[in-house]
Design a protein around this ligand. Structure first.
Ligand code: IPE
Ligand code: IPE
Ligand code: MG
Length: 202
């Protein structure tokens, strides 16, 4: 299952609150989605948390999102461990601040031995960039052009070794993919709900 978590800003606007309050409220929905998915036996959950395009947002909003991410990881690590969840990051982490990268690396490391649900968080993620990165890796591997096929390319994606999502969910009603998992969703069912992300409960 893959989820485009959208609508935090609208949730806040409806309450005459600043946008960051929507992001804060969205964390509870993240917690619920992760824990419920693990309990339901979902094999892989991928959440779109920050796109490459999201850097264009006001600096204060970006920095709040990063702070919330760090806090989430610090507070939830025990829950991830208790539920046997394996945590991974997909995207280009190099552009993230060192303190965020450290927190992410710690969670990845601590959960690396878990064999339960795979929880991917997409950060500084772009679907086209992922395919570009895969093409670079393929070329660097020295594979002959004639030997390039779908399987070899998929093995160079950030999600190498994981099954493609069967279901893509987007909250807040927008009928858009927003550069998410372009390769992997080739056959995914798409479900768009009008529910705003902070109100989304499993
Ligand atoms: C999604 O909510 C959260 C992130 C992109 C991180 P938005 O912030 O996009 O909320 P809307 O679309 O403005 O309502
Ligand atoms: C999609 O939401 C990206 C994430 C959920 C991280 P956006 O709100 O950023 O997407 P657009 O701008 O509406 O396409
Ligand atoms: Mg949005």
């Amino acid at each position: 299952v893959a989820i485009i978590m959208d609508g935090n800003g609208r949730w806040a606007a409806r309450r005459h609150l600043p946008r960051v309050e929507g992001h804060r409220a969205g964390i509870d929905a993240v917690r619920d989605a992760v824990e419920t998915s693990a309990r339901m036996g979902i094999r892989v959950l991928t959440l779109y948390a920050f796109s490459m395009e999201n850097w264009k947002r006001p600096r204060a909003e970006v920095s709040t999102l990063m702070t919330l991410l760090k806090r989430y990881l610090r507070l939830e690590l025990d829950t991830l461990l208790r539920n046997g969840i394996r945590f991974r990051v997909i995207g280009r982490p190099d552009a993230l601040a060192p303190d965020v990268r450290d927190e992410l690396a710690r969670a990845v490391e601590r959960t690396s031995g878990n064999t339960g649900m795979q929880f991917n968080i997409a950060l500084n993620y772009g679907g086209r960039a992922e395919i570009v990165d895969a093409a670079r890796r393929l070329i660097e591997s020295g594979v002959a052009a004639a030997d390039v096929d779908e399987r070899r390319l998929a093995d160079c994606l950030y999600t190498a070794g994981q099954p493609d999502p069967d279901l893509l969910i987007r909250t807040s009603g927008e009928m858009r993919i927003s550069n998410f998992l372009l390769w992997q969703i080739a056959y995914a069912e798409i479900w768009v709900t009008d529910t705003l992300w902070p109100d989304f409960r499993c």
